[in-house]
Design a protein around this ligand. Structure first.
Ligand SMILES: Nc1ncnc2c1ncn2[C@@H]1O[C@H](COP(=O)(O)OP(=O)(O)OP(=O)(O)O)[C@@H](O)[C@H]1O
Length: 361
């Protein structure tokens, strides 16, 4: 899929701006603070309901405005007609539209637009909490496995109920049994999806990482499901006394994690900052490639401030790989990028200046 047109209203410094993107590489160039990252944030919000720099409370809405709106026209790349999607954040809530009609669930809009993103904060995928790594996995499953969202929601709901019960002075055991049964069912299913995805992801990542970090040697992914080896129902029951004492659930898929081990870098503490970034970039590119193989069309690839994150060799490697794929890429930088020779016709440059955007034709 790719974005033909994007309209941003009252997001960060933008009052109103419209961009006509093209397939291939879209390079947004401008000075610091000009608004380049804000364009990528708008796309990220439309695809996920949150920016990679935080949510509405983190200054997403333009100062002095009460609401923001983002609208896009998408080419699904499967021969079907252009889809029009939009989200709006009023004073309190989000609302969403597809092809002009309101939709009850924001996730209906998120399904239309798949976006992967590499930006200066992305190193959290390696160095940050396990939540980042779960989100990475669950993004793919949300887009590829239709049953996943229902299991994920079912599990979260039962987990919330169990946590609320655990905080009560006299726990209702029959209710606890019931919510644990729901957690166990949905939790086991979503864990199978996560494990299967990682097994399919590993060889794709291996191929990308071999090019980006040849010095690190062979790579291996390890998954921890969030509880021991026994069935989840048993693990929950065994943990009851401890969980009642501390007032929340200590075992289950909400504690799942995964990690990358390299043959010559024994633990993530031995990664340099650069190796950390390259590993994350390899994950993002591999995820995009696997998505394309699964869905038959690429997600939109967002790359924020790529030139300041990578050395010249890795920058060229990344752009080369993407320019020769069918992905639409939106990349920002303070200076023009060294576009892969022979691929100039697949690159469009946008100049971002004081909240205005001008396309170079
Ligand atoms: N809520 C807001 N209301 C108005 N302006 C805002 C708001 N939040 C951020 N800004 C301004 O928007 C701009 C943010 O720009 P953005 O981060 O997109 O710039 P950039 O071109 O990516 O810059 P850099 O190269 O420095 O990363 C800054 O000028 C900032 O001061």
């Amino acid at each position: 899929m790719w974005i033909e047109r994007l309209r941003i209203e009252r997001l960060r410094l933008f009052e109103e701006v419209e961009l006509g993107f093209r397939r291939g590489l879209n390079v947004l160039v401008g000075a610091n603070g000009a608004g380049k990252t804000s364009v990528l944030e708008a796309v990220h919000v439309l695809a996920n309901g949150r920016s990679f720099r935080g949510n509405v409370r983190d200054g997403l809405i333009r100062s002095g405005s009460a609401a923001l709106r983002i609208y896009a026209e998408l080419d699904p790349d499967d021969g079907s007609t252009v889809r029009r999607i939009g989200v709006e954040r009023g004073t309190r809530d989000w609302s969403a539209r597809i092809d002009g009609s309101p939709v009850p669930l924001l996730s209906d809009v998120y399904r239309e637009l798949a976006v992967v993103c590499f930006e200066p904060g992305s190193h959290a995928l390696i160095a940050g909490t396990s939540e980042h790594r779960r989100r990475f996995l669950d993004w793919a499953l949300f887009h590829v496995e239709h049953a996943f969202l229902a299991d994920w929601r079912g599990y979260q709901r039962a987990l919330r109920q169990r946590n609320a019960l655990l905080k009560q002075p006299a726990v209702d055991v029959a209710l606890l049994d019931a919510w644990e049964a729901d957690m166990a069912q949905a939790g086991e299913r979503l864990t199978v999806h996560r494990r299967d995805y990682l097994a399919r992801f590993e060889p794709v990542l291996l191929d990308v990482a071999r090019r980006f970090l040849p010095e690190a040697g062979q790579l291996e992914l390890r998954f921890q499901q969030g509880w021991g080896d026994r069935p989840l129902a048993d693990a929950l029951q065994n943990a009851r006394n401890r969980d009642m004492a501390i007032g929340h659930t200590t075992v289950g898929p909400h504690r799942a994690d995964w990690e990358i081990r390299y043959e010559r870098l024994p633990s993530r503490e031995t990664f340099s900052r650069g190796q950390e970034k390259l590993t994350v970039l390899a994950c993002v590119l591999a995820q995009a490639e696997l998505f394309a193989a699964d869905r038959g069309s690429w997600p939109v690839v967002l790359l924020d401030d790529l030139a300041s994150e990578l050395d010249a060799g890795h920058l060229a490697l990344t752009l080369d790989r993407l320019v020769h794929s069918a992905a639409q890429v939106l990349v920002t930088g303070t200076a023009a990028l060294p576009i892969v020779s022979g691929a100039e016709d697949r690159a469009t440059v946008f100049h971002v200046e004081h909240a205005r955007v001008r396309r170079e034709d």
